[in-house]
Design a protein around this ligand. Sequence first.
Ligand SMILES: [Zn+2]
Length: 133
Amino acid sequence: MQAVDTLTPCPCGNKAGYVRCCGPLHEGSAAYNAEALMRSRYSAYVLKREDYLLATWHPSTRPANLKLAAQNPSPTWLGLDVKRHHQEGEQATVEFIARLRYGGGKAQRMHEISRFVREQGRWYYVDGQFPEA
Ligand SMILES: [Zn+2]
């Protein structure tokens, strides 16, 4: 376990630090918008918080598990760049580029447009499109 309460900047890149950014969401606070949820999910991938990733995944598309601990080689997450956040009522999309590397491999870009829905005041990840797949 990493000492996550001292992470500055936050794994999502926010200079305010983990305890002021994604930390409270990982502890159960509702994300105030889909971008905040998306950032907290990126941080959850960095911290291998599979429980959080599944809890914020909409039940209609949620996988049974992610097996993050069993990934080999496991990804090293290098950074997050949120390009666009668009909300219409209870639905939102967030376009982002995440950079990662597997083992000693080359850095890769993951460009995704994620869809989110809000139900009972909580945002959930639904699915994503990959414009440069
Ligand atoms: Zn964060």
